[in-house]
Design a binder for this molecule. Structure first.
Ligand code: CA
Length: 231
């Protein structure tokens, strides 16, 4: 196997670094390790990994600064791995260009799913592939070309805004989109809107799409951060 994708793990805690390395190596990825921010940055430029798992609490420079520096020269997928559970940190990491975040402690399946999603989205962007035409998961079908949404074969009638919201999330299925990102994408950068209008629209969407709107199956709330649609 010469075509293994390479994952750079920037993490100062040995046990967690070993844990992540074991998980990714078992799935046929190649792993590189850095235990501080500066060596992480230099490995990023010399080895050109396919994806980075980045701890935020590093001994030399803050992980958030490592992220900003990486983004100044590369679009490589970065998943922030953090013990910090504060929503503010997650939003900041996403706004600074992280593709996703995962909060310690996490399981191997969750980590691998995030890695697959980030790699897939990045290859779609870089190949400039024609946009995916249809989203289809467990009975929910969105036809982007015809702007049609059906659930188990039944037409679902969405307003313009509701459709824009659902299709934005579906085109980014598996990724969390921040409230701010969604607001800017749908209402424009200067619109006088807030999260409340988003919540109202999401409540309406869930009434139309979800069997039990209180326990959504298709569109999840990442509390304090944004929404993520089922892959
Ligand atoms: Ca750490």
């Amino acid at each position: 196997m010469t075509n293994k994708q390479t994952i750079l793990i920037i993490e100062d805690e040995k046990n967690i670094g070993n844990y992540m390395e074991t998980i990714v190596v078992a799935k046929e990825y190649k792993a590189l390790r850095a235990t501080n921010g500066l060596s992480g940055l230099s490995m990023c430029t010399s080895y050109h990994p396919d994806l980075i798992l980045l701890d935020l609490g590093l001994p030399d420079i803050d992980g958030m600064d490592v992220l900003k520096q990486i983004r100044s020269f590369s679009r490589i997928p970065v998943i922030v791995v953090s013990a910090r559970t504060q929503e503010k940190e997650k939003v900041l990491a996403l706004d600074n260009g992280a593709d996703d975040y995962i909060t310690k402690p996490f399981g191997s399946e969750e980590l691998l799913a995030r890695i697959r999603t980030a790699l897939r989205h990045r290859s779609q962007v870089s190949d400039a592939a024609p946009e995916q035409q249809i989203y289809s998961r467990d009975g929910l079908v969105i036809d982007f070309d015809r702007r049609l949404v059906t659930l188990n074969g039944q037409d679902i009638h969405l307003t313009q805004i509701e459709y824009k919201l659902v299709s934005l999330l579906a085109k980014n299925a598996g990724r969390v989109l921040t409230y701010d990102y969604i607001l800017k994408d749908i209402w424009g950068p200067f619109a006088d809107t807030d999260n409340q209008i988003l919540r109202v629209n999401m409540a309406n969407i869930r009434r139309k799409l979800e069997k039990n709107p209180a326990e959504p199956y298709y569109i999840f709330t990442e509390i304090g951060v944004g929404y993520r649609m089922k892959e």
